[in-house]
Design a binder for this molecule. Structure first.
Ligand code: UDP
Length: 238
């Protein structure tokens, strides 16, 4: 039994509220246990300079934790004058994850900005941000199709993410903060609905981990991401 009574392979309760913010073309509040992230997708009618004239679009992401989202106040990046390494790593991961399932040539020369704002953090904020922003992006792209801005949906696959780890020798999925902060091994997995890997970030912080342990975590993550993608589909199509 885990701290919150879950089984080893049990995800935290997940809720996705679509159209959460009025102005963005796609917006969701995603709740994964006590982790809450607002994800918006907004269109900008231009591409970054390196893509000008390439007849394709771009998808990019920003991520931030609000000062009150953690147990000790987190100063805003802009007040510290620079984006910290963790924030940079997470926002690039979100961008890469979403670009991997978008046919950018079908977007036209425009950028889709994904903004992920963590309003409450309890572990797994980056994975919640990826799962939630896929839904926000899907909504924004549907809006673009409906308005005739693009001919067809540029989405090639569903994508979602979760964390896995080893805590007290046991592989666990979807770690809450208390588990995460005591975990021997911590891993984030991003996968498509076909079970293909987009990205894996695995760290043996407390001790090295074996290939056998990696296999166990991969199996747990894959089974869980399938469930999360089913949930995304229900949310979007059901
Ligand atoms: N956390 C925090 N302050 C920080 C960074 C992290 O309180 O500056 C907490 C937060 O609950 C977060 C957890 O630590 O969800 C795990 O952080 P990690 O860097 O592993 O990223 P995450 O699991 O959120 O993707």
């Amino acid at each position: 039994m885990r701290i919150d009574g879950r089984k080893k392979n049990e995800l935290r309760p997940m809720a996705v509220t679509r159209n959460y913010i009025k102005h963005a073309q796609g917006s969701v509040l995603i709740e994964v246990g006590d982790t809450k992230v607002i994800c918006t997708a907004m269109i900008e009618e231009k591409v970054p300079p390196f893509l000008k004239g390439h007849k394709q679009g771009w998808v990019t992401a920003e991520y931030e934790m609000l000062p009150g989202s953690t147990n000790t106040r987190k100063s805003r990046d802009r007040n510290r004058g620079k984006i910290d390494g963790r924030t940079m790593e997470i926002q690039r991961l979100i961008g890469r994850s979403l670009r991997s399932v978008i046919d950018l040539s079908k977007l036209g020369e425009r950028t889709l900005w994904i903004d992920c704002d963590v309003i409450q953090a309890d572990g797994g904020t980056r994975t919640a941000a990826i799962t939630g922003s896929f839904v926000a992006l899907h909504d924004a792209l549907s809006n673009m199709v409906n308005k005739g801005m693009i001919k067809e949906m540029p989405i090639t696959n569903f994508v979602a993410a979760t964390s896995v780890g080893i805590h007290q020798g046991e592989p666990l999925v979807d770690l809450c903060y208390e588990e995460d902060s005591n975990a021997e091994v911590d891993m984030n997995m991003v996968m498509t609905e076909k079970g293909e890997i987009i990205e894996i970030q695995g760290t043996g912080e407390e001790r090295p981990f074996s290939k056998q342990e990696l296999e166990k975590m991969l199996a747990l993550g894959e089974e869980s991401i399938k469930k999360i993608i089913d949930f995304q589909k229900e949310t979007l199509l059901g």
